[in-house]
Design a protein around this ligand. Structure first.
Ligand SMILES: [Zn+2]
Ligand SMILES: [Zn+2]
Length: 247
Protein backbone atom coordinates (compact mmCIF):
# COMPACT_ATOMS: atom_id res chain seq x y z
CA UNK A 1 0.00 0.00 0.00
CA UNK A 2 1.37 3.43 -0.92
CA UNK A 3 0.92 6.08 1.70
CA UNK A 4 0.24 9.66 0.66
CA UNK A 5 3.04 11.31 2.59
CA UNK A 6 5.94 10.81 4.97
CA UNK A 7 6.18 13.65 7.49
CA UNK A 8 9.22 12.67 9.55
CA UNK A 9 12.54 12.27 7.70
CA UNK A 10 16.13 13.24 8.45
CA UNK A 11 18.93 14.36 6.16
CA UNK A 12 22.66 15.00 6.42
CA UNK A 13 21.80 18.35 7.99
CA UNK A 14 21.31 16.39 11.22
CA UNK A 15 21.96 12.67 11.65
CA UNK A 16 20.54 11.35 8.39
CA UNK A 17 22.73 9.67 5.78
CA UNK A 18 21.43 11.35 2.62
CA UNK A 19 20.83 14.76 1.11
CA UNK A 20 17.45 16.49 0.85
CA UNK A 21 17.36 15.76 -2.87
CA UNK A 22 18.16 12.07 -2.40
CA UNK A 23 15.31 11.78 0.12
CA UNK A 24 12.91 13.63 -2.17
CA UNK A 25 13.89 11.47 -5.16
CA UNK A 26 13.32 8.35 -3.03
CA UNK A 27 9.90 9.63 -1.99
CA UNK A 28 8.97 10.29 -5.62
CA UNK A 29 10.14 6.83 -6.70
CA UNK A 30 7.99 5.28 -3.96
CA UNK A 31 4.93 7.17 -5.16
CA UNK A 32 4.57 9.61 -2.25
CA UNK A 33 2.76 12.87 -2.89
CA UNK A 34 4.18 14.72 0.10
CA UNK A 35 7.36 14.64 2.17
CA UNK A 36 8.50 16.71 5.13
CA UNK A 37 12.18 17.31 5.78
CA UNK A 38 12.43 17.31 9.58
CA UNK A 39 15.96 17.48 10.93
CA UNK A 40 16.70 17.60 14.66
CA UNK A 41 16.18 20.71 16.79
CA UNK A 42 18.81 23.21 17.85
CA UNK A 43 19.60 21.84 21.31
CA UNK A 44 19.97 18.29 20.03
CA UNK A 45 23.42 16.74 19.86
CA UNK A 46 22.68 15.95 16.19
CA UNK A 47 21.04 19.26 15.42
CA UNK A 48 20.34 21.18 12.29
CA UNK A 49 22.52 24.30 12.52
CA UNK A 50 20.62 27.56 12.72
CA UNK A 51 22.93 28.90 10.00
CA UNK A 52 21.80 26.06 7.70
CA UNK A 53 18.08 26.88 7.75
CA UNK A 54 18.34 29.15 4.72
CA UNK A 55 20.58 26.68 2.91
CA UNK A 56 17.94 23.99 3.44
CA UNK A 57 15.27 26.37 2.21
CA UNK A 58 17.17 26.97 -1.04
CA UNK A 59 17.72 23.25 -1.60
CA UNK A 60 14.05 22.57 -0.95
CA UNK A 61 13.04 25.34 -3.39
CA UNK A 62 15.31 23.81 -6.05
CA UNK A 63 13.75 20.37 -5.43
CA UNK A 64 10.27 21.87 -5.69
CA UNK A 65 11.12 22.96 -9.25
CA UNK A 66 12.87 19.72 -10.19
CA UNK A 67 10.21 17.44 -8.66
CA UNK A 68 6.88 19.25 -9.26
CA UNK A 69 4.76 16.17 -8.55
CA UNK A 70 5.58 16.04 -4.87
CA UNK A 71 4.83 18.62 -2.19
CA UNK A 72 7.90 19.25 -0.03
CA UNK A 73 7.45 20.68 3.45
CA UNK A 74 10.29 22.30 5.32
CA UNK A 75 9.92 21.03 8.85
CA UNK A 76 11.92 20.45 12.00
CA UNK A 77 11.83 17.90 14.82
CA UNK A 78 12.18 20.12 17.87
CA UNK A 79 13.03 18.93 21.38
CA UNK A 80 11.11 19.23 24.61
CA UNK A 81 13.75 20.73 26.89
CA UNK A 82 11.84 22.12 29.88
CA UNK A 83 9.42 20.88 32.51
CA UNK A 84 7.44 24.03 31.67
CA UNK A 85 6.91 22.68 28.14
CA UNK A 86 9.64 24.74 26.55
CA UNK A 87 11.08 23.49 23.24
CA UNK A 88 14.35 24.43 21.53
CA UNK A 89 12.76 26.71 18.97
CA UNK A 90 12.04 30.42 19.42
CA UNK A 91 8.79 32.03 18.25
CA UNK A 92 10.68 33.67 15.36
CA UNK A 93 12.25 30.37 14.33
CA UNK A 94 8.85 28.73 14.46
CA UNK A 95 7.71 30.89 11.59
CA UNK A 96 10.54 29.67 9.38
CA UNK A 97 9.12 26.16 9.12
CA UNK A 98 6.06 24.70 7.40
CA UNK A 99 5.68 21.93 9.97
CA UNK A 100 6.90 21.35 13.53
CA UNK A 101 7.27 17.97 15.19
CA UNK A 102 8.13 18.28 18.88
CA UNK A 103 8.92 15.63 21.43
CA UNK A 104 11.46 14.23 23.81
CA UNK A 105 15.00 13.15 22.86
CA UNK A 106 17.69 12.09 25.32
CA UNK A 107 20.25 13.76 23.03
CA UNK A 108 18.85 17.26 23.61
CA UNK A 109 20.45 19.70 26.06
CA UNK A 110 18.06 21.57 28.36
CA UNK A 111 18.85 25.22 29.11
CA UNK A 112 18.94 24.87 32.90
CA UNK A 113 20.21 22.42 35.50
CA UNK A 114 16.70 22.14 36.93
CA UNK A 115 15.43 21.01 33.54
CA UNK A 116 18.41 18.69 33.17
CA UNK A 117 17.19 17.02 36.33
CA UNK A 118 13.47 17.32 35.63
CA UNK A 119 13.56 16.17 32.02
CA UNK A 120 16.59 13.92 31.67
CA UNK A 121 17.69 12.37 34.96
CA UNK A 122 14.21 11.19 35.76
CA UNK A 123 13.90 9.74 32.27
CA UNK A 124 17.19 7.86 32.57
CA UNK A 125 15.94 6.58 35.90
CA UNK A 126 12.68 5.38 34.36
CA UNK A 127 14.45 3.61 31.50
CA UNK A 128 16.76 1.72 33.86
CA UNK A 129 14.11 0.99 36.47
CA UNK A 130 10.42 1.58 35.92
CA UNK A 131 8.83 4.99 35.63
CA UNK A 132 7.19 5.92 38.91
CA UNK A 133 3.68 7.40 38.98
CA UNK A 134 5.25 10.69 39.99
CA UNK A 135 7.59 10.73 36.96
CA UNK A 136 4.72 9.90 34.60
CA UNK A 137 2.67 12.69 36.18
CA UNK A 138 5.49 15.24 35.77
CA UNK A 139 6.28 14.17 32.19
CA UNK A 140 2.61 14.30 31.27
CA UNK A 141 2.38 17.82 32.66
CA UNK A 142 5.47 18.91 30.65
CA UNK A 143 4.12 17.38 27.42
CA UNK A 144 0.70 19.01 27.89
CA UNK A 145 2.27 22.39 28.64
CA UNK A 146 4.28 22.07 25.41
CA UNK A 147 1.17 21.23 23.37
CA UNK A 148 -0.75 24.15 24.88
CA UNK A 149 2.12 26.60 24.56
CA UNK A 150 2.93 26.01 20.87
CA UNK A 151 1.09 24.89 17.77
CA UNK A 152 2.77 21.54 17.34
CA UNK A 153 1.80 19.59 14.23
CA UNK A 154 3.00 16.15 15.32
CA UNK A 155 3.81 14.57 18.70
CA UNK A 156 6.35 11.86 17.75
CA UNK A 157 7.14 8.39 19.14
CA UNK A 158 5.11 8.70 22.34
CA UNK A 159 6.47 6.83 25.38
CA UNK A 160 9.76 6.05 23.73
CA UNK A 161 11.87 6.52 26.90
CA UNK A 162 9.83 9.58 28.05
CA UNK A 163 6.79 8.08 29.74
CA UNK A 164 3.54 10.01 29.86
CA UNK A 165 -0.10 9.16 30.45
CA UNK A 166 -1.03 8.48 26.82
CA UNK A 167 -4.76 9.03 27.38
CA UNK A 168 -4.21 12.47 28.86
CA UNK A 169 -1.72 13.59 26.23
CA UNK A 170 -3.92 12.19 23.43
CA UNK A 171 -6.88 14.15 24.75
CA UNK A 172 -4.90 17.38 24.56
CA UNK A 173 -3.63 16.44 21.08
CA UNK A 174 -7.24 15.89 20.00
CA UNK A 175 -8.17 19.33 21.39
CA UNK A 176 -5.19 21.14 19.84
CA UNK A 177 -5.37 19.30 16.50
CA UNK A 178 -1.92 17.81 16.97
CA UNK A 179 -1.35 14.52 15.20
CA UNK A 180 -0.03 11.62 17.25
CA UNK A 181 2.57 9.57 15.47
CA UNK A 182 2.91 5.88 14.76
CA UNK A 183 6.65 5.73 14.25
CA UNK A 184 8.03 2.87 12.11
CA UNK A 185 11.08 2.61 14.36
CA UNK A 186 9.18 2.39 17.63
CA UNK A 187 6.10 0.20 17.22
CA UNK A 188 4.52 -1.15 20.39
CA UNK A 189 1.12 -2.85 20.43
CA UNK A 190 0.10 -1.53 23.85
CA UNK A 191 1.02 2.05 23.02
CA UNK A 192 -0.73 1.82 19.65
CA UNK A 193 -3.85 0.42 21.29
CA UNK A 194 -4.03 3.53 23.47
CA UNK A 195 -3.53 5.75 20.43
CA UNK A 196 -6.25 4.01 18.43
CA UNK A 197 -8.63 4.22 21.40
CA UNK A 198 -8.10 7.96 21.65
CA UNK A 199 -9.78 10.70 19.63
CA UNK A 200 -6.45 12.13 18.45
CA UNK A 201 -5.67 12.34 14.76
CA UNK A 202 -3.11 9.71 13.79
CA UNK A 203 -0.21 9.92 11.36
CA UNK A 204 2.23 7.16 10.39
CA UNK A 205 5.81 8.18 9.72
CA UNK A 206 9.02 6.33 8.90
CA UNK A 207 11.42 8.62 10.84
CA UNK A 208 13.81 7.69 8.02
CA UNK A 209 17.47 8.46 8.58
CA UNK A 210 18.36 7.30 5.05
CA UNK A 211 16.66 7.69 1.68
CA UNK A 212 16.29 3.91 1.58
CA UNK A 213 13.77 4.15 4.43
CA UNK A 214 11.85 7.18 3.17
CA UNK A 215 8.30 6.03 2.45
CA UNK A 216 9.04 2.51 3.73
CA UNK A 217 5.64 1.96 5.35
CA UNK A 218 5.53 -1.83 4.95
CA UNK A 219 6.42 -2.54 8.59
CA UNK A 220 3.81 -0.14 9.97
CA UNK A 221 1.15 -1.47 7.63
CA UNK A 222 1.65 -5.11 8.63
CA UNK A 223 1.93 -4.14 12.31
CA UNK A 224 -1.44 -2.35 12.13
CA UNK A 225 -3.24 -5.16 10.34
CA UNK A 226 -1.68 -7.94 12.43
CA UNK A 227 -2.79 -6.19 15.61
CA UNK A 228 -6.31 -5.63 14.29
CA UNK A 229 -6.20 -1.81 14.33
CA UNK A 230 -8.22 0.18 11.82
CA UNK A 231 -5.74 1.38 9.21
CA UNK A 232 -8.25 3.95 7.96
CA UNK A 233 -7.63 5.97 11.14
CA UNK A 234 -4.18 6.78 9.73
CA UNK A 235 -4.79 10.10 8.06
CA UNK A 236 -1.78 10.14 5.72
CA UNK A 237 -2.75 6.88 4.13
CA UNK A 238 -4.87 8.48 1.42
CA UNK A 239 -4.42 12.23 1.83
CA UNK A 240 -2.05 14.86 3.13
CA UNK A 241 -2.15 15.94 6.75
CA UNK A 242 -3.61 19.29 7.75
CA UNK A 243 -1.05 21.71 9.11
CA UNK A 244 -1.79 23.79 12.16
CA UNK A 245 -1.16 27.10 10.40
CA UNK A 246 1.09 28.38 13.12
CA UNK A 247 2.21 31.59 14.85
ZN1 LIG B 1 17.91 11.24 14.46
ZN1 LIG C 1 12.62 11.69 17.22
Amino acid sequence: MTFYGDYHTHTRYSDGKNSIEENVAAAVSKGLKEIAVTDHGFRNMFCLKISDIQKQKKEIDACRIKYPNIKILHGIEADLVGTDGRIDLTREQFGLFDLVIAGYHPSARPYTLADMYGIHLKTYFSVVFKPTKEIIRQNTRAAIKMLERYKIDIYPHINHSFYVDIKEVAKVCADTGTYMELNAKHLDAEICKALFESDARLVANTDAHSSYNVGAFGGIESFITENGFDINRIENLKKGIELSGRI
